[in-house]
Design a protein around this ligand. Structure first.
Ligand code: SF4
Ligand code: SF4
Ligand code: SF4
Length: 226
């Protein structure tokens, strides 16, 4: 409760500033979502699970963002990247990367993924915190790494057909491979992430039909994920 109060106070303080910046309005729905995502990530970190270490920030940064500590130093919280993001996937960080990271951008794939054909955030960043890349360079730039939770993924957990994530993966060779497995009702095709191809764009997470938590999620790159 105390945590929620702190976050809400900060949003209230910053909201007038953001309102002056065109359409950077935090709706109640978006605020609640960010709060929930923030709490979930903090919870994950406390349990020592997949989310990155505190040093890694625990958030998925925009493509070609500088290394975490340099990124946090260089980013001036102007919000330009979040304003131009065509999927609205770039959203402000609350406390997931510590106080120093408040209001820096993160990719929230549930809201929007990183579009394979877009380089806008790097082009608009005034400080170089997000580097400017050609489209070809950006397509090869890794934001994070997708992981499947086999305990809730439909083919893995229930033996039902679903390869939505694989169908949407924009990588030409597909970073999600299909493998056959034996379920109760017969053979089933199951997805498996190829870590050497995945760039962490998050479209798989965005499109995965499993609720409330998606069965495939993009995590920041950390030593235990590489
Ligand atoms: S490159 Fe990706 S994160 Fe950056 S503005 Fe485009 S869609 Fe958004
Ligand atoms: S879209 Fe989700 S439920 Fe379907 S196969 Fe992929 S991870 Fe599993
Ligand atoms: S994040 Fe998902 S959709 Fe994007 S490259 Fe990796 S596996 Fe493919």
């Amino acid at each position: 409760m105390f945590f929620a109060w702190i976050v809400y106070t900060i949003v209230l303080i910053m909201r007038p500033v953001l309102l002056l910046r065109n359409d950077m309005v935090i709706t109640r729905r978006k605020f609640l979502f960010l709060l929930a995502a923030s709490g979930a990530l903090v919870g994950f970190r406390r349990r020592g699970r997949d989310v990155a270490s505190p040093a890694g920030g625990g958030v998925v940064r925009p493509p070609a963002a500088l290394e975490e500590s340099r990124f946090v130093d260089r980013c001036v919280r102007c919000g330009n990247c979040m304003k131009v993001c065509i999927t609205n996937g770039l959203q402000p960080v609350l406390f997931q990367s510590g106080l120093a990271g408040v209001w820096t951008p993160q990719l929230v794939p549930e809201i929007g993924y990183c579009e394979y054909d877009c380089t806008l955030c790097g082009g608009t960043c005034p400080t170089g915190a997000i580097r400017k890349l050609t489209l070809d360079e950006k397509r090869k730039t890794r934001l994070g790494l997708a992981r499947i939770d086999e305990s809730i993924c439909k083919p893995w957990a229930y033996g039902t057909e679903c390869l939505v994530c694989q169908e949407h993966c924009p990588i030409a060779q597909k970073a999600i491979k299909i493998e056959w497995g034996q379920a109760q009702h017969g053979a089933v095709r199951r997805p498996r992430v190829d870590g050497s191809l995945c760039v962490g764009c998050g479209i798989c997470q965005n499109k995965c039909p499993v609720r409330p938590g998606r069965a495939i999620r993009v995590y920041p790159i950390t030593s235990d994920l590489t």
